[in-house]
Design a protein around this ligand. Structure first.
Ligand SMILES: Nc1nc2c(c(=O)[nH]1)N[C@@H](CN(C=O)c1ccc(C(=O)N[C@@H](CCC(=O)O)C(=O)O)cc1)CN2
Length: 299
């Protein structure tokens, strides 16, 4: 007879889902090029030399090449004056070969992030971080031109795993501008009943225990224990936390915000780290760039 400990959640393979989406995008890109002689273009802007940011932009540039999107690589020094970065964004706004502009975050402290994100043309804001696009995401009956990539990827994972959102209790852990806040708005738009718990929430566990869908985006390694998860819940782990691991050559390994081993015994579905949400972030960026290019040619 099966005991509760025999249970194992369905592990959502984000890498495989992202690969499927990338193949779909590659086909559409090829059609655009053949029919309309239009190659989608993405400007990838990085300021400074943070190791993690460099690794993310490399992944994005490689993914562009794989699906046939032309990437425009802009590497600026850590101490670039804000006015120069603004001038670069203006130049990219005016470049007809560029359909999407991505400025890798975080930016150095001397640069006003909101000023830079507001400078990106709305039609090229493939990260969906322009205050107007975020504002439209927050409004009933209005839609932004682009959805932020990680939140969009979370919903894509749910949808491609056959998990419905309408009428469900969703708990988002974390309230960042990049993930927590926009994903809670997206879930609300998809008719979930949404609760956001954060660093000042008293007893976050009591909310998470009730959730049919948990989106963990707190940036706290393995903070969410298996005993906090409602049996059968869908758990989407956005955390990518590097923790020391002397047994590895690199000296570290990546873990999520959820204790994966424990949560697997209770959840219905769960995403791993790495190989869960991360690959979807990149796939959604490609999808947004393709959408931007299609809009320009009226498709
Ligand atoms: N302009 C932006 N800046 C940042 C964003 C963003 O969406 N736009 N998000 C994050 C970082 N990020 C993309 O930029 C990102 C993070 C993680 C992954 C990913 O695929 N991770 C892998 C693991 C990679 C590894 O082994 O190091 C995984 O989870 O499997 C992709 C993109 C902050 N900045």
């Amino acid at each position: 007879m099966a005991t509760p400990s025999d249970h194992h959640a369905t592990v959502i393979d984000g890498k495989a889902i992202a690969q499927t989406i990338r193949s779909e995008i590659a086909l559409e890109v090829a059609t655009l090029s053949e029919k309309y002689s239009k190659v989608p273009g993405l400007a990838v802007v990085i300021v400074g030399c943070r190791k993690d940011s460099q690794s993310y932009v490399n992944m994005k540039r490689k993914a562009c090449a794989e699906v046939g999107i032309k990437s425009f690589d802009i590497n600026l020094p850590e101490d670039v004056p804000e006015v120069e970065l603004i001038a670069k964004v203006d130049e990219l706004n005016a470049n007809p070969e560029v359909h999407g502009i991505l400025v890798q975050l975080p930016l150095p402290k001397h640069i006003n992030e909101e000023k830079i994100l507001s400078q990106i043309s709305l039609e090229k804001d493939v990260d969906g971080f322009h205050p107007l696009n975020i504002g439209k995401l927050a409004m009933k009956g209005r839609d932004p031109l682009f959805l932020p990539c990680t939140p969009k990827g979370c919903l894509e994972l749910l949808s491609r795993s056959g998990i419905s959102i309408k009428g469900k209790k969703a708990v988002v852990v974390g309230r960042s501008n990049i993930v927590g806040l926009p994903v809670s708005l997206l879930l609300l738009k998809a008719d979930a009943t949404v609760t956001v718990v954060h660093s000042r929430t008293q007893d976050p566990e009591s909310y998470i225990r009730e959730a049919d869908i948990v989106i963990a985006a707190a940036g706290q390694p393995m903070m969410i224990k298996g005993s906090w998860i409602k049996p059968g819940a869908a758990v989407i782990d956005v955390g990518t936390n590097a923790v020391n691991d002397p047994s590895r050559k690199s000296g570290y390994r990546l873990v999520g915000d959820v204790d994966f081993q424990e949560a697997c015994k209770v959840a219905g579905w769960i995403t791993p780290v790495p190989g869960g949400v991360g690959p979807l972030t990149v796939a959604m960026l490609l999808q947004n760039t393709l959408e931007g290019a299609k809009r320009v040619i009226g498709q």
